[in-house]
Design a protein around this ligand. Structure first.
Ligand SMILES: NC(=O)c1ccc[n+]([C@@H]2O[C@H](COP(=O)([O-])OP(=O)(O)OC[C@H]3O[C@@H](n4cnc5c(N)ncnc54)[C@H](OP(=O)(O)O)[C@@H]3O)[C@@H](O)[C@H]2O)c1
Length: 241
């Protein structure tokens, strides 16, 4: 579970532990990972790994270390991500590179390592990418974020085709707006008027982290054994109109 130190990833880690999973909690901030771990069922059976996912070269060793300590892997939830609202005239190539490194390449290269025969658990592997409604529709200033989230949906479908024969399912969850540290400081949430306008765009109001952890649990479990290459919109109706 990447992004386990905050927001959606933290809730997914906690709820997966409550469903009986042994969870590897990945993020950079060890203190916040410990905070998530403390809320998990049976904290002693899980593992915390502090790792900067920008470092793609270190991933073979990262996954080998995890398998050595925890056994083979049955689920990978790529929850780590960064967001911004930035008009195109302020975007530099380094900004774009940083967003693709964090939001796309990290998930892609982790999937590459986890989809190795020596790593996949006997019952197969379920991989989840966290996209966003912004991977499907547009908003002012969201071009960088949208490009990264759209790339995940596009890549997910081809990976599902390529990896099915190895008993690996690959799916996306595309959330609408859920207030977490990723967006709490951004104008569309921090400004009360803008927040009200955003709420009105979601037919069911803004979401909660458990709305996404429930979707994760479904896609990780055998209840979704016949689901691959799918994108699950969990957006309170944001994209229904
Ligand atoms: N919240 C929403 O409304 C929303 C909507 C649609 C999609 N999403 C997607 O859902 C995912 C989770 O979002 P969130 O709202 O839970 O965000 P969040 O609360 O800001 O958490 C982001 C997580 O990503 C981790 N992370 C970021 N850069 C990292 C790096 N280089 N290496 C390792 N970990 C890194 C952070 O861990 P450290 O700080 O410990 O490194 C943190 O655990 C993201 O992919 C986001 O794009 C969110």
């Amino acid at each position: 579970m990447t992004g386990a130190s905050s927001g959606i990833g933290a809730q997914c880690a906690i709820d997966c532990s409550k469903m009986g999973a042994k969870v590897v909690l990945v993020g950079r901030n060890e203190e916040r990972l410990q905070h998530t771990l403390a809320q998990c069922d049976e904290p002693d059976i899980h593992l915390i790994v502090s790792y900067d996912l920008i470092n793609a070269e270190g991933m073979p060793l990262l996954i080998k270390g995890i398998v050595d300590r925890m056994g083979k892997i049955s689920g990978l939830v790529n929850c780590a991500g960064v967001s911004t609202t930035l008009p195109i005239n302020l975007v530099k190539k380094e900004t774009l590179d940083n967003f693709f490194d964090t939001n796309v390449y990290s998930a892609y290269f982790l999937t590459k390592e986890c989809a190795k025969k020596s790593v996949i658990a006997a019952g197969g592997l379920s991989v989840i990418f966290l996209s966003s409604v912004m991977g499907h529709v547009g908003e002012n200033g969201k071009s960088i974020y949208s490009m990264t989230k759209g790339a995940l949906v596009a890549g997910m479908r081809s990976l599902a085709c390529e990896l099915a024969k190895k008993n690996v399912r690959v799916n996306c969850i595309s959330p609408g707006c859920i207030v977490t540290p990723i967006n709490a400081h951004l104008p569309h949430i921090a400004d009360p008027e803008k927040r009200a306008a955003l709420e009105a765009l979601h037919l069911l109001g803004l979401g909660q982290v458990t709305d996404i952890s429930n979707a994760c649990i479904y896609l990780l479990s055998d209840a979704s054994r016949w689901v691959t290459g799918a994108n699950l919109m969990v957006d309170g109706g944001y994209t229904a109109k």
